[in-house]
Design a protein around this ligand. Structure first.
Ligand SMILES: Nc1ncnc2c1ncn2[C@@H]1O[C@H](COP(=O)(O)OP(=O)(O)OP(=O)(O)O)[C@@H](O)[C@H]1O
Ligand SMILES: [Mg+2]
Length: 621
């Protein structure tokens, strides 16, 4: 307003034409300013909406920068984020169709300076400022003039990035400087953006965590399924007696677990040139068992040759499929998975399951399971083979022991035979000689019984020949034999039959027991002595006692009396009492020994049955 419009002048309330024009211009300016403010308000509200949306961080930044550019009436704007370690600023913001990827070290350039100082930089011409780096302009051909750079602070006041707007567009269309209002507005937008960015990061990290958790859960489920499978297979491992039944059980379990109709475990032949279908389950099991696949033939052969699992859900279309073999044996698998079986370091065969029930086919998770099961099969095979080897070795060692035992015990019948033979030579009476022949033949029976025992054992069947025995006859026979065995020695044999009725045991073996005890007694009494054979019943046990009045068992021997090779000074092998103990054990009985300087008594107790009502306990190996 001019002085001319002062009150008191005529027409002063209306003013001059010039004044009128000026008022009109002013009104137009106010209207334009109002429109700009309205537009600003709209943009601010759009920024608010964008910031509160759950956009991906990058999209959010692009949108944000578009709005900021419009709002600040700038040519372009850039948002820099501070790296997590706070050492770098990076920006990937698009402006004007360009993707700018800028990396700055904190402290470098104007943005870097703002990031480190936390202060606002508002300059009318960037080229006048030493902090400005014209390199970006040089690269892009852009000409930076005015430049407003503010820190973005989060709710805690910490700088999380930098906002920069370039080249303020003055209403004249020219470039002007940014004003104090612009600074305030950009600072406010920066803080809002900082909070939104942090939220978005947080949101993204929560999403990422959730995805991670979902993966972990799926993995855990898979692992627990695998563990279950292994547990099931392990159970089969411990239940099976020999390798074949072991493989059969594992395969059946694998097929069931994988929902397969059939399956096979094939082992490399000893020559290593083919695979033999050792174990087969499923409808064609009988036809397929023991069939051979050439090495590399079929998907199973392929898996073995390549040491690698394989899945095929359209076997007929797979060139590796053994279609001729399948046709010959009347099978037509559709889906199958196969894996090599590795034992130690070498491939020993392969396992295959075919035809998923429900026709859905197998997937990689199924194959992974089969590979795990193949690992178990490999272990089972090494285990089974070493068990078989051990069993053979054990059996050989046991046969050796048994042979030694039998050879040991053959001494007695041989001595008896030679005794009878000498008697026969001096005997004129034909009837008597006949009886001697009978006695000799009985000794041969005993000897052949012993050899039979070895052969039976070698074949794997070891029966205790438990039969009904009449004790008075049995003892009489044993004593007769002993008298012949000890002929020429000063050993008195005395019998005390507390029980002389029927009982049950392995007669030949019990003869060996008493012979061994008597021989030891005789050996301990080189000059002369007594040997007692006693029988009696105690409850449902039969007691057999062998006693002597010799010098007793040497202390050194006593502690390990029934062990193999526990021999005293007399030069024996130390087998006798070990054999005695084994036979008594096999009868489910016990043997004890009382010894002292006036004599030794061995007491055997075995279960007694006058009539045969049951079996003896199982033989211990
Ligand atoms: N009745 C006994 N009196 C004294 N010592 C005994 C008697 N029976 C066994 N022994 C001692 O126990 C040892 C072990 O007896 P065992 O029959 O096992 O072996 P061995 O008689 O030495 O040899 P083998 O019987 O193999 O020829 C004997 O060497 C002996 O020292
Ligand atoms: Mg002996």
């Amino acid at each position: 307003m001019s002085d001319a419009a002062a009150p008191g002048t005529i027409g002063g309330g209306i003013g001059t034409v010039g004044e009128l024009v000026a008022v009109q211009d002013g009104a137009a300016e106010v209207a334009a300013a109002l429109r700009r403010e309205k537009k600003k308000l709209e943009l601010v509200s759009e920024v608010g909406t964008a910031l509160s949306s759950a956009l991906a961080l990058e999209d959010l930044l692009v949108l944000l920068m578009e709005k900021v550019t419009q709002l600040m009436e700038a040519d372009r704007s850039t948002l820099y984020l501070l790296s997590d370690d706070g050492g770098e600023l990076w920006s990937k913001v698009v402006q004007g169709g360009e993707v700018l990827k800028i990396r700055l070290r904190v402290g470098e350039g104007i943005a870097g300076w703002v990031a480190s100082s936390g202060e606002v930089v508002n300059i009318a011409d960037a080229y006048e400022d030493t902090r400005f780096q014209p390199a970006v302009d040089l690269r892009s051909g852009y000409r930076t003039r005015s430049c407003l750079t503010v820190p973005m602070r989060n709710s805690l006041g910490a700088t999380v990035g930098v906002l920069q707007v370039l080249n303020k567009q003055a209403p004249t269309g020219d470039h002007g400087p940014f004003g104090a209002d612009d600074v305030e507005l950009l600072l406010a937008l920066g803080s809002q953006a900082a909070v939104a960015i942090e939220n978005s990061k947080l949101y993204l990290s929560v999403v990422a965590k959730n995805v991670e958790l979902a993966h972990a859960k799926a993995e855990l489920e898979q692992k627990s399924h695998e563990l279950n499978v292994l547990y099931e297979v392990e159970k089969e491992l411990s239940a099976a007696a020999d390798l074949d039944s072991l493989l059969e059980r594992i395969l059946a379990r694998a097929a069931a677990l994988l929902g397969a109709e059939a399956g096979t475990i094939a082992l490399l032949t000893p020559a290593g040139d083919a695979l033999e279908l050792r174990t087969v389950v499923g409808p064609a099991a009988e036809r397929l068992r023991h069939q051979r696949l050439e090495l590399g033939q079929g998907l199973l052969g392929w898996a073995v040759a390549h040491r690698q699992g394989v899945v095929s859900n359209h076997a007929a279309d797979d060139p590796r499929h053994a279609s001729e073999f399948a046709r010959q044996h009347g099978v037509s698998p559709v889906s199958l998975i196969a894996a090599p079986v590795i034992s130690g370091d070498s491939v020993v065969g392969g396992v295959e399951v075919v035809d998923r029930r429900g026709g859905t086919g197998f997937d990689d998770a199924d194959l992974k399971l089969l590979v795990l099961i193949a690992g178990q099969i490999g272990q089972a095979i090494s285990l089974g083979r070493s068990r078989d080897e051990h069993r053979d070795q054990d059996r050989l060692a046991s046969i050796g022991r048994l042979m030694a035992g039998v050879l040991h015990d053959l001494k007695t019948p041989m001595t008896v035979i030679s005794g009878y033979a000498q008697l026969m030579a001096a005997c004129e009476d034909a009837g008597q000689r006949e009886r001697y022949v009978d006695s000799i033949l009985r000794q041969f029976d005993i000897m052949s019984g012993m050899t039979r025992e070895v052969l039976q054992f070698a074949r794997g069947d070891r029966e205790l020949m438990v039969r009904k025995v009449y004790l008075h006859r049995f003892v009489e026979e044993v004593v007769t034999q002993l008298r012949h065995a000890f002929a020429g020695r000063q050993i008195e044999i005395e019998v005390e039959l507390g029980y002389d009725g029927a009982t049950h045991f392995d007669e030949q073996k019990m003869v060996r027991v008493l012979h061994n005890l008597a021989r030891n007694a005789a050996d301990a009494m080189p000059g002369s002595g007594h040997f007692w054979l006693r029988t009696r019943l105690e409850g449902d046990h039969l007691i057999l006692e062998a006693a002597d009045d010799g010098p007793g068992i040497p202390l050194a021997v006593k502690a390990r009396l029934f062990e193999l090779f526990a021999s005293g000074t007399k030069g024996g092998t130390g087998l006798g009492l070990a054999i005695v103990k084994k036979i008594v054990d096999d009868h489910g009985g016990t043997i004890g020994c009382e010894t002292g300087p006036t004599g030794t008594t061995f007491t055997i107790r075995i279960p007694h049955r006058a009539t045969r009502t049951g079996e003896f306990p199982p033989i211990r190996g």
